[in-house]
Write a protein that binds this ligand. Structure first.
Ligand code: SF4
Length: 966
């Protein structure tokens, strides 16, 4: 963006001081890569942002009393946003008179977000001031789920839970304890806690989120996430609505736009004309589930037209292994590799891809050419979207990375790096060893390659009697609402033989907390500690989420001991809660647990939260020196700025780094594949005569050919493939009104169930109608606002139609994040967003939900609650979806086959029905598609695959299935 000449009116307004002088020289000179500016220079550009030396005493006029000029004095404390995973920087403005947080703005010192936020960042203030938030620990009275609660002390809650965990561990029932998290944070903190207890007790939401794409990427290069270098790219391909929502999207969005401003072209594959597609140079409205066919067609063009990067393919893909395994009759030459790939993908002509996907062949050809021309500067991303939607969705990410490998863009400037190259890993005090337990409720034998815990199947495993949860923590996690098949979760949560004690750690009420025994209030973004580091660009940073009122108290000479002393009510935080709980589980240290949570500075004493973070920050490269220059400790530096840039952004091609002489001692080189091993483990690879570190795969290269897939019984997918999905056009019976429902997209202002307590966000988005193309609407006789009944495999829901040309014909879509509810007996919560519903079960697995009332204005200490004008809280769709776990990656396949019909006269908007017997049948149908462990040598899972909370890998240990185990 260059300097823009001011208009006459602007000139006058600027001179009179009505608006800032936006046109003075240099104000708009943002055309250079922001990374090349120092922090101070960036801060100067955001010249309206207070400089840090004034953060303890910042004066500005109170906008609420305008036109009077009332001065307000603030203390500004940095923290990070928790309304999605990006962890953008925030600064809290605390009124020095009242000690209340008045607003949140961005933090220009945060290297990922660089002072910018999406709408959800500043809306943190709504969440803090939510009149319905939970302020004290609560314990259920009466039957679970009846809605009766009493206030208890933190001591009561901690002792009850600790006693139960201690008993389970002492009785060797480790696998009955689980911590189930939706949005995790806190780099490695829970590994420290749970592995300190010696349990395999972590469960995550990842199999309903991103594990499909992770699996596809991992097969190629041992890293499970991409880190596209958008700002330096020449061509960007998104298989998602990534510019407006999704993974690290605000930090990525700014860099996508920077790339575009420097001339990059953007292509988006999505059946919906999302905001992202509308900002793109190319929109490919593909039929859902056919994305891999389009990508393979592009790969074929790049191969046939010699647009590939020969040097990269020759040096950094395992082509010799491929030819040996698949074409042993031919000489092992590079030319034969290319010829074999062309032969393998010959059916993927642009015309075939068009037939499958509906994307025009000419567009496929043009984009393939652009990708080939971009070469190493080809950035791409698939995270959730197609990777999270289809049977075989993981193949989309795999085929996308195929293009990255063909162009040599893997880890290149302007290309796509592995996420781990741009992410910090903390060193923790008294680290525990990996647990010697394997929990089959999380990683069952049927899914040995599942990239994360099979969390969506937990209620079905419990229903089948595979085990129980004696102590279960839900944290930022609301499966009753967010997961498919929520009624089965409700059935299991209601049964005390399945869930012995359920503690919901949550700042606000949600549909799952209604079925808890303890509801324990945890702080919102600015009320807790946390450490963040994400791969937002080609650099590495850490950010410090901190409780801002506690930090203000410290700066003002009134330090508190525990975070809940500074927070509203008795709202606490996870870090201190789990340290305290660990000490109570093992009060005398005899169980070997307590020692992990002792102070590294005061032997035998309980570690404090400041000591934990001081220990971590002391070990961050470059931070001690930087802090020392300002006369601060490492912790004080992070408390002051909220973020630190470890590495500025030149971490490209790290696979080419050389092994040191020390590392090379005692190594052997395999003469066939050049892999360098030490004690039998691959640690590098010889490339052009040099000992390179390579990638963490068995071949240390990008694996076009995966022997792992062959060894684990999926030889048909040894190379990148197109898998026809569960909602492929051939599967749907159009004569019966069957369609594919795309339920995976997010409105940019909402985030799962976490935005229900943010009034500004709900005011903007509060409905989730069915998107339908005018052609389909005409066929059915629907107009916008008409009721439509969508029958899934296990039930139905009734929603309204929105007729829009933004939807691909033949496909319908419904956004998630809307359709929140509470029952009349439940505590009021999230009233900006929740319908009041009636739920009735027939006692035989049939469940009905209907809306008693929509959203209504109400009296509270927030005057805005009286001004609510919207009535429609949307419809809960996920609860009508059956579980569809991909038999390989374990990823839930979100897209639904639905039968469309017009509702009966007595059927109303928001009506829902589900038969949980049918949902259990569908679970079994998909289970039958698996090819269970063991793999080679009795392994439960390939040893080279990462696993969350990795257990002990010693031979014959828990990573291996005992021979007598059936
Ligand atoms: S992208 Fe938005 S919601 Fe996500 S962390 Fe940044 S400001 Fe918060």
């Amino acid at each position: 963006m260059g300097y823009k000449k001011p208009s006459f009116i602007e000139n006058i307004a600027e001179k009179l001081g009505i608006i800032p002088n936006l046109h003075k020289e240099g104000y708009q000179e943002f055309d250079k890569d922001m990374r090349h500016f120092s922090d101070e220079e960036v801060a100067q550009m955001y010249e309206n942002f207070p400089p840090p030396e004034k953060w303890d005493n910042w004066v500005e006029y109170d906008p609420k009393t305008w036109p009077k000029k009332d001065k307000k004095t603030y203390q500004i404390i940095p923290t990070t946003c928790f309304n999605c995973e990006s962890a953008c920087g925030l600064t809290a403005f605390i009124d020095k008179e009242t000690n209340e947080v008045k607003k949140f703005e961005g933090n220009p010192y945060h290297p990922g977000s660089r002072g910018r936020n999406c709408a959800k960042g500043p809306a943190t203030i709504n969440q803090i001031n939510d009149p319905d938030r939970i302020l004290f620990p609560l314990k259920r009275k009466g039957k679970r789920g009846d809605g009766d609660w009493e206030r208890v002390s933190w001591d009561d809650a901690l002792d009850t839970i600790a006693n139960r965990i201690r008993k389970a561990i002492q009785e060797d029932r480790h696998n009955e304890i689980a911590y189930h998290v939706g949005r995790p944070g806190n780099e490695k903190f829970m590994n420290w806690i749970l592995q300190g207890w010696g349990i395999d007790g972590h469960n995550s939401h990842t199999n309903i989120c991103s594990s499909g794409a992770r699996f596809g990427y991992n097969l190629w290069y041992g890293y499970d996430r991409p880190s596209p270098d958008h700002a330096e790219a020449k061509f960007i391909l998104l298989v998602s609505a990534h510019l407006e929502s999704g993974h690290y999207f605000n930090p990525h969005a700014q860099r996508i736009i920077e790339g575009k401003m420097k001339g990059a072209k953007l292509a988006t594959m999505d059946p919906r004309l999302s905001n992202t597609a509308s900002m793109s140079d190319y929109w490919m409205p593909s039929y859902p589930g056919t994305e891999a066919a389009v990508l393979l067609a592009m790969a074929l063009i790049i191969l046939q037209e010699n647009l590939y990067n020969r040097e990269y393919l020759e040096n950094w893909t395992n082509w010799k292994e491929y030819l040996q395994a698949r074409h042993s009759d031919k000489p092992i030459t590079f030319e034969n590799y290319i010829a074999a790939m062309i032969e393998e993908y010959k059916e993927f002509t642009p015309e075939y891809a068009e037939k499958e996907s509906g994307v025009k062949a000419e567009m496929i050809i043009e984009i393939a050419h652009k990708i080939g021309e971009a070469g190493e500067r080809f950035a791409s991303h698939n995270w959730r979207a197609a990777g999270a939607s289809n049977l075989g969705g993981w193949a989309v990410a795999r085929c996308l990375h195929f293009l990255t490998a063909l162009t040599g863009a893997v880890g290149a400037k302007g290309g796509t790096s592995p996420n781990s190259w741009n992410k910090f890993k903390p060193t923790q005090p008294n680290p525990p060893k990996p647990q010697k337990k394997w929990n089959e409720l999380h990683f069952p034998k049927e899914y040995p390659l599942a990239f994360f815990e099979m969390s969506q199947l937990l209620p079905h495993f419990l229903k089948e009697g595979r085990g129980k949860m004696d102590v279960y923590f839900s944290r930022v996690f609301n499966p009753v609402w967010t997961y498919p098949d929520g009624f089965t979760w409700m059935e299991m949560f209601s049964d005390e033989t399945k869930f012995g004690l359920h503690a919901a750690l949550t700042p606000t009420w949600n549909e799952t907390a209604f079925y808890a025994d303890f509801v324990l209030p945890m702080g919102l973004a600015s009320e807790r500690h946390d450490l963040n580091s994400y791969a937002t660009h080609g650099g590495t940073w850490i950010a410090f989420r901190q409780p801002v009122l506690r930090e203000a108290a410290r700066r003002n000479g009134k330090p508190v001991k525990l975070t809940y002393e500074a927070n509203p009510g008795e709202v606490w935080e996870e870090d201190e809660f789990f340290i305290e709980l660990s000490w109570r589980i093992d009060p005398d240290g005899s169980m070997g647990i307590r020692k992990h949570f002792e102070s590294p500075y005061r032997p035998g004493e309980k570690i404090t939260i400041d000591e934990y973070y001081q220990y971590v920050f002391e070990r961050v490269k470059g931070l001690p020196e930087t802090a020392k220059k300002e006369g601060l400790t490492e912790l004080q530096y992070m408390q002051k700025y909220g973020a630190f840039e470890i590495e500025k952004g030149e971490s490209y091609k790290m696979n080419e780094r050389l092994l040191s002489e020390e590392q090379l001692k005692g190594t052997k080189v395999n003469p066939v594949n050049d892999v360098i091993t030490k004690d039998g483990n691959p640690i590098g690879v010889m490339v052009k005569g040099k000992p390179c570190i390579g990638f963490p795969t068995p071949s240390r290269k990008n694996e076009f050919y995966s022997q792992t897939m062959v060894d684990w019984k999926w030889p048909e997918y040894a190379t990148p493939a197109y898998i026809k999905s569960h909602i492929h056009n051939d599967v749907l019976d159009k004569s019966k009104g069957e369609y594919v429902l795309v339920p995976t997209f997010r409105l940019p202002t909402l985030i799962h169930t976490r935005s229900g307590n943010a009034k500004w966000l709900v005011e903007i988005s509060n409905r989730n109608p069915i998107w339908m193309h005018p052609q389909d609407a005409k066929k059915w006789g629907f107009q916008t606002g008409d009721l439509v009944k969508l029958n899934t495999d296990i039930g139905y829901f009734i929603d309204k139609v929105w007729v829009t040309q933004s939807m691909k014909p033949g496909v319908v879509a419904c956004s998630h994040h809307i359709g929140r509810w509470r029952r009349p007996q439940d505590k009021t919560g999230n009233r900006w967003a929740t319908n009041t519903v009636n739920i009735e079960g027939d006692g035989h697995g049939g469940w009905k939900m209907n809306t008693i009332s929509g959203i209504k204005p109400y009296e509270s200490e927030d005057k805005d609650s009286k001004r609510i004008f919207w009535k429609d809280g949307g419809v809960h769709q996920n609860i009508t979806h059956a579980v569809h776990p991909d038999p390989i990656s374990g990823m839930h396949c979100w897209h639904q086959r639905v039968r469309i019909e017009k509702p009966q006269k007595d059927e109303k908007y928001g009506d829902i029905f589900v038969d949980t017997n049918k949902s259990h049948e569908v679970f079994k149908e998909w289970l039958a598609m698996t090819r269970p462990a063991p793999g080679p040598n009795g392994e439960r899972r390939p040893l080279w695959f990462n696993r969350a909370f990795t257990p002990d890998k010693s031979e014959g240990g828990c990573y291996y299935i005992p021979k007598d185990d059936k």
